[in-house]
Design a binder for this molecule. Structure first.
Ligand code: DQQ
Length: 464
């Protein structure tokens, strides 16, 4: 993997093999712990374990031993599925789903989160209470009114995705309180995986990953202690690659979220690469003045910045402007005033002759930002579909982009509120160029700055 140009170096991923959902995010003992769904036996989904990593800043990580493995004959014999971590009277505790059937389990650590003991009472929640459900997994636990609360991902057959609410005095004895919120299967999917539920601004936010929608949705609404009533909804990351996100409150009180960025290539290509799955960069969620959930990269990511280039007041003619900067571990920050151009944006990971390129395009009239990977790779093993987000700009508001390129990850943040992430796999070693685009007129790039980004993992070069 040392020479694998598609392997990210400043996004979190395991030393090798498969990773999917982030699990058990917690700030404990002055450090952040990230667990994750992991198959230690190959670069494909299966035999779910919990991998583990630690960070002082949510940016740089070091790998820890595997935290959870299925116990033969136990309630998690078929896999340790997703869940969360909480501190219970000083004891770090994982609450997760064992399969099959889907049941909820608890494990604790008495050696500073290195080894984990599964609780003898497992499963602590064995079956849904007389409900005909399409799933029963992914506990998200928090403290409220002097007790524990759990939001559990589920779905009511023939109705829609739902989150079931439980409560407990001790994380072991759980009482079902009813559905926290239920959707309509035709619109928001038949089963809701990986719920997150938390206060944000003067509202509550519920995030779910609906089957079969293949994206994470957020709902903003009101919570009365038993039921959540959504008032608006949106897509957390419109790029089509961010799923099953998990959030925590960091030491500074911010709501920080990571999500699984799945691959955009064939399973055979992942197996051949020896790794699959990356975590998104850490993102800060806030409730925007428009009432939507706004997403920005964690400011501490700037500590990875190295050599920089800065350009000012570039006129972008219709044929575009190439820049004398290139690379695949970069942050790019650009402010573009569309002027009379209809479409403006960036050309990324482009070959000199343009046979491979990924385009980030803002359509001024439509108010949409699109990541176009139609020609990102000459490899037939890669996905080519295009994804877009709405991004209405105020009359004098420039397009303000932050783009993180990292191997096969293209992670885009726009105007401090929208986010879209994709995966691309250029085949040519010279598909590294960056340029500015204007179509239908002239635009101005008032500032463009790029930074080379330092690795965030000890094994970024692929070493064990
Ligand atoms: N991944 C886990 C499940 C969860 C799904 C299994 C979401 O617990 O529902 O690996 O990606």
């Amino acid at each position: 993997m040392t020479a694998d140009p598609h392997r990210p170096s400043y996004h979190f991923l395991p030393p090798r093999n498969w990773m999917n959902d982030p699990n058990g995010l917690i700030y404990w003992g002055g450090e952040y712990h990230l667990f994750y769904q992991h198959n230690p036996n190959g670069a494909f989904w299966g035999d779910m374990h919990w991998g583990h990593a630690v960070s002082a800043d949510l940016v740089r990580w070091r790998h820890m031993p595997i935290a959870l493995a299925p116990t033969p004959g136990g309630p998690d014999k078929g896999g340790c599925f997703s869940g969360c971590a909480v501190e219970n009277d000083g004891v770090p505790t994982l609450v997760y789903t064992g399969v099959s059937p889907e049941v909820q389990c608890v494990a604790t650590s008495d050696d500073g989160m290195i080894t984990w003991q599964k609780h003898p009472a497992n499963p602590v929640i064995a079956a849904p209470e007389g409900l005909d459900v399409t799933g029963f997994r992914d506990p998200f636990v928090w403290r409220e009114s002097g007790e524990w609360r759990m939001a559990l991902g589920s779905g009511l057959r023939g109705v829609g995705g739902t989150v079931l609410l439980y409560r407990s005095p001790d994380l072991i004895r759980w009482e079902y309180r009813g559905p926290l919120c239920t959707g309509d299967a035709r619109e928001t999917g038949e089963m809701w995986e990986c719920p997150n539920f938390f206060p944000l601004g003067d509202r509550h936010v519920l995030i779910v990953s609906p089957v079969p929608l293949r994206k994470a949705l957020y709902f903003v609404g009101r919570y009365d202690g038993a039921r959540f009533t959504p008032e608006r909804q949106g897509v957390l990351d419109a790029g089509g690659h961010n799923y099953a996100p998990l959030s925590l409150v960091d030491a500074a009180g911010r709501r920080v979220i990571f999500g699984w960025l799945w691959e955009g290539r064939s399973d055979a290509a992942s197996r051949a690469a020896g790794w699959a799955g990356v975590q998104s960069l850490p993102r800060v969620l806030t409730l925007g003045p428009d009432g939507d959930v706004w997403t920005e990269p964690l400011p501490e990511l700037a500590t990875l910045r190295g050599a920089d280039r800065r350009y000012q007041n570039l006129t972008i003619p219709p044929e575009g402007v190439p820049l004398d900067v290139e690379g695949d571990a970069l942050e790019i920050r650009a402010e573009i005033v569309p002027g009379d151009a209809r479409v403006v944006g960036l050309r990324l990971l482009a070959a000199p002759d343009g046979v491979e390129e990924t385009l980030l395009l803002y359509d001024r009239d439509a108010g949409t930002l699109t990541l176009d990977r139609e020609r990102a790779s000459l490899s037939p093993e890669t996905w080519r579909d295009t994804h877009a987000t709405d991004l209405p700009l105020a009359p004098d508001e420039p397009l303000s982009l932050r783009v993180f390129l990292d191997g096969s990850v293209v992670e885009v943040y726009a105007n401090a509120r929208r986010c879209l992430t994709t995966r691309v796999y250029p085949t040519r070693p010279d598909s590294r160029a960056i340029g500015l685009i204007a179509r239908g007129g002239r635009a101005t790039c008032t500032t463009l700055e790029t930074w080379e980004m330092a690795p965030a993992l000890p094994d970024a070069a692929g070493a064990p």
